[in-house]
Design a binder for this molecule. Structure first.
Ligand code: AMP
Ligand code: ZN
Length: 122
């Protein structure tokens, strides 16, 4: 737990979230400002700033976090298989667009109706 870390407070239950998945090492919850029909954040329960602060010893739990993505996408309602799928994003540091300084993996998906719109008439 890191003082003044929003995601640590969510992990501690001090700030509420809509939980999608939890195990001993990770919590996954809906993003409060979704950028897609499915937008879930997966956070390690241990406070880690970003990929900028990890090292080779972190490979095992990072691999586990990545391996959780398909199951979390499925729980969130992403369609399976080639026609469905999801996107994984990890922002790191200010130049990387990171707003919350507790490492987190965005899992984004769902149908994208805006991609099926007919092209505007010329
Ligand atoms: P990033 O820019 O990668 O640091 O992403 C931070 C994400 O956290 C943004 O997509 C926010 O919408 C999301 N967020 C901020 N506050 C909360 C909250 N209380 N519960 C859930 N998601 C949040
Ligand atoms: Zn934290």
């Amino acid at each position: 737990m890191s003082d003044n870390c929003l995601f640590c407070k969510i992990i501690e239950g001090i700030i509420p979230c809509t939980k999608v998945y939890e195990d001993d090492d990770f919590l996954a919850f809906n993003d409060i400002n979704p950028a897609a029909p499915v937008h879930i954040l997966v956070v390690p329960k241990r406070h880690v700033h970003s990929l900028q602060t990890i090292s080779a010893e972190d490979a095992a739990w990072l691999g586990k976090m990545l391996a959780l993505a398909p199951e979390i996408a499925r729980l969130g309602g992403c369609r399976p298989g080639h026609e469905g799928g999801f996107r994984v994003v990890i922002n790191n540091g200010l130049d990387g667009g990171q707003e919350i300084n507790h490492l987190h993996m965005h899992v984004l998906g769902g149908e994208r109706p805006w991609q099926n719109r007919a092209a505007p008439a010329a």
